[in-house]
Ligand binder design. Structure first.
Ligand code: SF4
Length: 359
């Protein structure tokens, strides 16, 4: 056994080594050695995760949030306009219809997401149980900071903390009502209860490459299993309204450095329709799942085919489909009350097709 294991110097040496690795990776991002990072990350990803890419779908529970003060968030621009929050809740039938369609298409439910205060814990648990039955897979939660995790059981796979920005100073300014300490406490509780742990990060909120040390420290110390990266989507009526989205190679560099640092981490990356060209580089940088698509608006369109081609030309195999109408129409009806909602979503997808055929 190496001498270090018997020495008090070991923890100090280990910390110094870790810091050195962090600094090297950050230096590579800052000196634009992105291609080098991506090459290394791609090698690691193929070795650790294989060549499959999943399509991920966050299912939203509501369009209202009792906090409503995160500086980048669409819901922060809506809070004052919504007088009756109960009406901003989605019907359970529409949620279950969406779960059924994601199953038919071979997509994953990335997580169940909702603004604070929209649903109670027993309501969320019931919804998760039904989705678990529909998809056959336990659900990830992303429903805000909660201490009620012991209410959940086998219907839950993991718990997500919406960290958004890991630099504590920046975080307090951008998300004043979601304390980082509380998020970490919730994730630790999730781990104690046997659930997996995930976080979400948004790039483009004002962070710098040096801030990656906060993110990596959190992944390491909390034992995070999965990270979803998004890029800023500048919403009207927020302070980011006129801010640019992060550069594609900066986004890819951050993902690649994170992949090199954490070979086994599950990494999902989010891309809007206006940035589909990011998908290929993000996959090469280490993403094994892609998300943030307006599924029913995009299904079967040229945008959907483009997303599939991005995966193809990254040399990967896509799990599930974004274009196969047969798969969309084939499946069970979980409950007669859900059927009209399934029909409505399918009609929306078919309408995309007929609009394209007209063109
Ligand atoms: S807590 Fe979540 S939903 Fe609420 S304002 Fe912040 S980011 Fe938006």
């Amino acid at each position: 056994m190496p001498i270090e294991f018997f020495s008090n110097e070991f923890p100090m040496k280990f910390t110094k080594l870790r810091e050195k690795v962090n600094m090297n990776l950050i230096r590579k991002i800052k000196s634009f050695q992105t291609i080098e990072l991506i090459n290394k990350a791609n090698e690691i990803t193929l070795k650790e995760h294989g060549n499959k890419i999943s399509l991920e779908r966050a299912i939203f529970l509501s369009w209202w949030c009792e906090k409503g003060d995160c500086a980048f968030c669409y819901m922060s621009s809506q809070k004052s306009k919504i007088r009756e929050p109960a009406k901003a809740r989605r019907s359970e039938e529409s949620i279950f219809a969406e779960a059924e369609l994601t199953k038919r298409l071979g997509w994953n439910v990335e997580f169940l997401s909702g603004g604070y205060g929209a649903f109670t814990t027993p309501e969320i648990k019931n919804i998760c149980e039904s989705i678990h039955k529909i998809t056959g897979k336990p659900v990830w939660l992303n429903v805000g900071i909660t201490k009620d995790l012991d209410a959940y059981g086998e219907e839950i796979a993991g718990v997500t903390g919406a960290v958004e920005v890991a630099n504590p100073e920046l975080h307090d300014k951008i998300c004043p009502s979601k304390s980082l300490d509380d998020i970490v406490e919730m994730l630790e509780l999730a781990g104690d209860l046997g659930f997996e742990k995930a976080i979400t990060i948004i790039l483009g909120l004002g962070e710098t490459p040096d801030d990656l040390k906060y993110l990596w420290d959190m992944i390491q110390t909390v034992g995070i299993n999965r990270v979803t990266f998004y890029s800023l989507n500048p919403h009207k009526d927020t302070i980011y309204e006129n801010e640019p989205q992060p550069a594609s190679l900066y986004y890819a560099g951050v993902v690649a450095a994170t992949r090199i640092k954490f070979p086994k981490l599950k990494i999902i990356t989010g891309t809007w329709t206006d940035n589909l060209a990011n998908i290929g580089p993000l996959i090469l940088a280490g993403a094994t799942g892609i998300t943030k698509f307006p599924l029913f608006k995009m299904f079967g369109t040229g945008y959907a085919k483009r997303a599939e081609n991005e995966v193809l030309w990254a040399g990967r195999e896509l799990e599930g489909t974004f274009t196969d109408f047969c798969m969309l129409k084939t499946g069970k009806i979980p409950d007669p009350k859900v059927e009209p909602f399934i029909k409505r979503y399918i009609d929306q997808c078919l309408n995309n097709k007929s609009e394209q055929d007209k063109g």
